[in-house]
Design a binder for this molecule. Sequence first.
Ligand code: SAM
Length: 297
Amino acid sequence: MEFDDASPTPSSPPPGLTPGLTLVATPIGNLADFSPRAQKALAEARAVLCEDTRVTSKLLARHSISTTLLALHDHNEESEAPRLVARLLAGENLALVSDAGTPLVSDPGFRLVRAAIAAGVHVTAIPGPNAAVMALTLSGLPPHPFLFHGFLPPKAAARAAEISRIAGMEAAGLATTLIFYEAPHRVAEALAALAEGLGADRPACVARELTKRFEEVRRGSLAELAAHYAAHEARGEVVLCVGPAPPPAEPTGDALDAALKSAMARMTLRDAAASVAEATGLPRKRVYARALELAGA
Ligand code: SAM
């Protein structure tokens, strides 16, 4: 790993001055996580696009940054994108932030980034805090592969349907750590719904108030965590992580033999072994060897 000296050279201007769009991460709670590069890019941008000008103006004022703010949120992003892309193509450098953390991650910005890329605009990012990745690294659950889901639907029926869609993918072999954002007043019901749909014993974690004074990471099974938060209201901001689905239970010798005999009655020995291996997740070689034994070969 080589680190680039931050000092600019004639061939590499500092990021804040480069024409194009710069996605700038801001703190998720702890203001000391506002990196010098992020501050510089925002100070040097022609304008800062932000979700809520009230939130971002406070952050910038603390650092004596007086760059013009332009609101860009879910309701105007689609209509504003062409105008902003035209400004970028004219050589302006614009920065994009969200209220907190990494823009685009469960936050606005994707539609602008897609339009800018399509128009050939240079797009770069100044990385920094992100609640999902911080929760994942503290969870004690396998860090990869992981699936970042964002928010589950707030209403019970739609949430249960979404969880059952995930359970369906897991039944088809998906085995990843899952990450969800959740509003504090829905943590208990979301955990209960996850326990119901994915399995009460699944290891999980609730990461709360990350980088802040009352940061807390609580680990346990989905059922344990659901019971805890049913009794203790979760306060502040919350990320839920759920460990990967366990591998399918290996069929017992008898069950394997029964599956093989039934398949061999309908297809060739080779196809029967392949089909049973696929269905059970058992190694092909092992299933084929047992098929040969059953066939008396
Ligand atoms: N873009 C942000 C990021 O990079 O993490 C996420 C924005 S999303 C609108 C807000 C959600 O992120 C919160 O409801 C919570 O689920 C999660 N979140 C943000 N900050 C957090 C923190 N300090 N601790 C725990 N979760 C946080």
